[in-house]
Design a protein around this ligand. Structure first.
Ligand code: FUL
Length: 461
């Protein structure tokens, strides 16, 4: 009777709490998406508008959201987040709750609606649509009073009910003074509950989540050690402890993964003077490796111009970036390679799962193990300088330390050592030619599981 057991699947490892919710899992798969800062600042050259700008400054005569969305899609971005309302309070949609909106501007005779154009373009191109709303409002007369919280909730309802599915709601942590010199005490639980009611599948971003956390810098990278867990209770939007958000906390009480925000230009809003200051392809590739490849998502700001389009300078930069990422990461040298492990959980979780090119399958160690060695044998030697590991994060984040080694004929040589893996970990290693590579899990918070072990060669070292 004992032989029978081998023909059945073994049971999967028990998840290690906290684990991601469905909406967090779906969000994590998006990888990289666009941010578009757009509004009166585009026309005045400000980064932070004062809230006193005349509505007449906003007039993007050739607004073409379809061009934005096509540009982003072609560059491998999966969605677009728009500054529906920045700190200056100007609403890119005709809000009934403000007199500082597109409806008071000369653009399309006050009949335009940027959110409508953009959400329709996203739907047509199969891209996600997200909204940034700054609670800080330097224009609204009720700012600084309890009434403003109701106004802001009403604005949220407007943007979350009129434009179809929203994948993410971005709450800026900045909290300055309003037109009457007063600061606002924000009703965060109220804001969150409106989002949950109107868009239950949307993730909510802020310094402190609840779903997605700021990574603690605006340079677009996380860190080689990056836990998707934090003690959420310790933080609030505008937290003084924001530098802790970069690495997160091993064993933190809540699953709140990091998102890395950065602009392709020095500023967030478009300025012709910055057309020559767009980040280089190398810089953008590095940022992608250090965000998506460091267990986070990347939100890359590409501002729309005064004309209402993405400038050719940015279009070209995005194309070059995408070409280079494709040239490297479009070709996994380990795909289909023979994989073995020193410890096996059993049927359904064999080592071969790490090179089958699928994210849904994984190798796992037996319950009592917190170590494991996975060895790849390629059919012929290959030259690589990037190693990628992935964990099946629906089981929680488990791996805490690992080592990569190569056998070039005379025994194993260490190429790199690391800590966390998470959703996706890309590890730069010296360019190496070999047919045998292995990863040793040195420490794991529960029996380790790996869904992908991949090798790449950068197009440009
Ligand atoms: C910050 C804002 O103050 C910047 O203007 C920008 O919108 C950035 C994404 O977030 O907190």
């Amino acid at each position: 009777m004992t032989v029978l057991s081998s023909s059945f699947s073994s049971s999967p490892p028990a998840p290690l709490a906290p684990v991601p919710t469905r909406r967090q899992l779906d969000w994590q798969k998006l990888g990289q998406y666009a941010f578009v800062h757009f509004g009166p600042n585009t026309f005045t050259g400000n980064e932070w508008g004062h809230g006193t700008e005349a509505e007449s400054v906003f007039n993007p005569k050739n607004l073409d959201c379809r061009q934005w969305v096509r540009t982003f899609k072609k560059a491998g971005l999966t969605g677009v987040m728009i500054t529906a309302k920045h700190h200056d309070g100007f609403c890119l949609w005709p809000s009934q709750l403000s007199k500082h909106t597109v409806a008071q501007s000369p653009w399309r005779d006050g009949k335009g609606d940027v959110l409508k154009d953009l959400s329709e373009a996203c739907r047509a191109e199969g891209m996600k649509f997200g909204v940034y709303l700054s609670p800080w409002d330097r224009n609204h007369p009720s700012y600084g009073t309890p009434e403003y919280n109701k106004v802001f909730e009403g604005m949220l309802r407007e943007v979350l009910t009129h434009y179809g599915p929203v994948f993410e709601v971005w709450f800026d942590g900045a909290n300055g003074e309003g037109p009457n010199g007063k600061k606002q005490v924000y009703d965060w639980p109220g804001f969150v509950s409106v989002v949950r009611q109107c868009q239950p599948h949307a993730v909510i971003f802020s310094d402190a989540g609840p779903d997605i956390r700021w990574v603690g810098n605006e340079e677009g990278h996380s860190a080689p050690t990056c836990w998707s867990t934090i003690d959420r209770e310790r933080y609030h939007p505008g937290t003084p402890y924001y530098t802790e958000l970069t690495e997160g906390k091993e064993g933190g009480t809540d699953w709140v993964p990091a998102e890395c925000d950065v602009s392709i230009r020095p500023g967030w809003f478009y300025k012709t003077s910055e057309d020559s200051k767009i980040k280089t392809t190398d810089h953008l590739v590095r940022l992608w490796e250090q965000s998506v490849g460091h267990n986070a998502n990347l939100i890359l700001n590409v501002p729309a111009s005064t004309d209402g389009v993405i400038s050719q300078f940015d279009v070209d930069a995005l194309d070059r970036w995408h070409d280079e990422l494709k040239a490297t990461y479009g070709h996994d040298l380990a795909k289909g390679a023979h994989a073995t492990a020193d410890v096996e959980r059993g049927h359904g979780f064999e080592a071969s799962r790490v090179t089958d090119g699928r994210d849904t399958t994984y190798w796992a160690a037996p319950d009592h193990e917190n170590h494991g060695v996975l060895t790849l044998e390629l059919s012929q030697p290959a030259t690589f300088d990037r190693v990628e590991l992935r964990e099946p994060i629906e089981l929680g984040q488990r791996i805490a330390a690992f080592r990569i080694e190569v056998d070039s004929g005379s025994g194993w040589t260490e190429l790199a050592k690391g800590t966390t893996v998470g959703n996706r970990r890309i590890i730069p290693v010296p360019a190496t030619t070999s047919a045998k590579v292995r990863v040793t899990i040195l420490d794991s918070r529960a029996c380790p599981a790996i869904s992908t072990f991949a090798l790449y060669k950068t197009a440009k070292p």
